[in-house]
Each structure stands twice: as C-alpha cells, then as structure tokens.
Design a protein around this ligand. Structure first.
Ligand code: DAT
Ligand code: MG
Length: 148
C-alpha cells in the first residue's frame, strides 16, 4: 500500500487548523501510520526543501517552515501520494479548486498551509528524512470498507 509524507505547516498550526486538516485526510480514507508535533530545525528544513535551493523564494520558504511548530505525518492508502495532493489542491491557493484544503483555508502561495510529497521518489525520501524507514503498518477495522 502506498505511503506519502504530509506536513501541516506553521501557519495552519497557528490558525488552529490541525484538526480540520487531519479530518479531511482521515475522512477521505487515508490511514495515519505516523504523526508528530514538532519544531523544524534549519537543517531539517534545508534537507526537506533541497530541491528548491536555487529558487528565489528559497530563503522565505525556509523562514516560513521554521517559524513555528508543524505536524508531520505519514499517510497510507490506495494512490496515497496523488490522493493527498488532490485533497490539498494546487500549490498556489489562488488556483486551487474549491473544496480542496488550500482553496478552503488559504490565499497565498507562501502561506499554503500544507505539504504533501509530489511523487514516489520524494515520498520515500521525505518519509525517511522525517520518520526513518521502519514505520510499522497497522490493521484498521474499516480497511475492508475503504480498500477493495
Ligand atoms: P508543493 O508544495 O505544492 O509541492 P513546490 O514543491 O513546487 O509545491 O514548492 C514548495 C513550496 O514552495 C510551495 O508549497 C510554496 C513555495 N513556492 C513554490 N513556488 C513558489 C513561488 N513561485 N513563489 C513563492 N513560493 C513558492
Ligand atoms: Mg513539492
């Protein structure tokens, strides 16, 4: 079963949206297999956003993600990587579809409240970086009503 890394960013934590965001993923059927409330070090932020190092917005991005606590999690389910991304909506909330997390709760690209891995490679790398590679699975009583 596919796994993806999701992070509730500092703005969402500050705005009291942790429960609301987790609710969206939970309700969709994605299974939480790891989760922690934590502060992001400069070092972890740099590793997480290494692909964006040369971008003009890189410094702002690092400042933003280290500006307060976040909630990091690993979600599991059928096509979890793409499903989490469609539940989140487009990177720029101005272009995100109504009903997505980003469209419903945010306005600007630099305050887009949630992160989700964008592919198999980044999902594996981000899960390893934030949680290590030994996350146990668990059997959810509702699995057979959500997964065929
Ligand atoms: P996503 O978070 O949807 O995977 P990304 O990986 O392209 O998007 O970029 C990571 C984050 O960087 C994104 O959530 C917000 C910020 N960002 C991306 N493009 C930006 C831009 N053009 N200006 C400012 N911030 C940007
Ligand atoms: Mg990305």
């Amino acid at each position: 079963m596919e796994r993806t890394f999701v992070m509730i960013k500092p703005d969402a934590v500050q705005r009291g949206l942790i429960g609301e965001i987790i609710h969206r993923f939970e309700r969709r059927g994605l299974k939480i297999v790891a989760m922690k409330f934590m502060h992001v070090s400069e070092e972890l932020a740099a590793k997480h956003y290494a692909a964006h190092k040369e971008k003009p917005f890189y410094r702002d991005l690092i400042d933003y993600i280290t500006s307060g606590p976040v909630v990091a999690m690993v979600l599991e389910g059928t096509g979890a990587i793409a499903t989490a991304r469609t539940t989140m909506g487009a990177t720029n909330p101005a272009q995100a579809a109504p009903g997505t997390i980003r469209a419903d709760f945010s306005l600007e690209i630099g305050r887009n409240i949630v992160h989700g891995s964008d592919g198999e490679e980044s999902a594996a790398a981000e899960i390893g970086l934030w949680f290590g590679d030994d996350i146990p699975g668990w059997e959810r009583n509702t699995d057979k009503w959500i997964f065929e």
